[in-house]
Design a protein around this ligand. Structure first.
Ligand SMILES: Nc1nc2c(c(=O)[nH]1)N[C@H]1C(S)=C(S)[C@@H](COP(=O)(O)O)O[C@H]1N2
Ligand SMILES: [Mo]
Length: 200
């Protein structure tokens, strides 16, 4: 007699139980996508700043940043080149924590990184427990190739919005294109609405 356990569901759902956005496929490895060489900023030279349209700019040294409260999180990530990776495990500082006490009328943010990478996002998308400055992946310090010492992580948008080697957030009154957005990538980049390129 054949016994089929209660939990048996046969072939895995092609969309991984609805977790795979349209046009995406699953990877098990962790691809590296960088537009330029990996910057190697010493932690003693590193800082994180909130600048632009703010009453008082803020800045943290690495030591000060690492003494902020941290969160661990597990999220699915989606790259515009069509790979998705499920259940990636991170540790970081919530952007809500970094924005505490910041007075601003700005509605947009330009994240900026070592190596001159930038990417634009609505400020709202970085708040409400939806974005982190992550310094660890899979229980280990974030590797330089994946954005170490720290990267922005905004998992509900395509991964180009998650700036590696991030050094700060510049608050802006008006939306402006960042690096890839200047080359025709979408200004917002929602993977569930397949907003890959401008016009999508
Ligand atoms: N500073 C910087 N951040 C970046 C990029 C980059 O080239 N430079 N590439 C983006 C793109 S297109 C993707 S898909 C992800 C890739 O992250 P990974 O290399 O850790 O997979 O980083 C994003 N952040
Ligand atoms: Mo990407």
């Amino acid at each position: 007699m054949r016994i089929i356990s209660r939990g048996f569901r046969g072939r895995r759902d092609r969309t991984e139980g609805g977790r795979l956005p349209p046009g995406q496929y699953l990877v098990r490895d962790f691809p590296v996508l960088s537009a330029g060489p990996t910057p190697r900023t010493k932690l003693t030279d590193w800082s994180f700043s909130i600048t632009g349209e703010v009453d008082e700019p803020k800045t943290w040294t690495w030591e000060q940043f690492r003494s902020l409260p941290t969160e661990t999180l597990t999220r699915d990530i989606h790259c515009v080149t069509k790979w998705s990776k499920l259940d990636t495990a991170w540790e970081g500082v919530s952007v809500d924590t970094l924005l505490e006490g910041v007075e601003t009328a700005a509605e947009y943010v330009m994240a900026f990184s070592d190596g001159d990478y930038t990417t634009n996002l609505p400020l709202e998308d970085l708040t409400g427990g939806r974005a982190w400055v992550a310094f660890a992946y899979d229980g280990a310090p974030l590797e330089p190739q994946h954005g170490g010492p720290a990267r922005l992580l905004v998992p509900h948008l395509y991964l180009w919005k998650s700036a590696k080697w991030v050094r700060g957030l510049r608050l802006m009154n008006d939306d402006e294109p960042g690096f890839w957005e200047t080359y025709g990538y979408h200004m917002y980049g929602d993977p569930w609405r397949e907003q890959r390129y401008s016009g999508d």
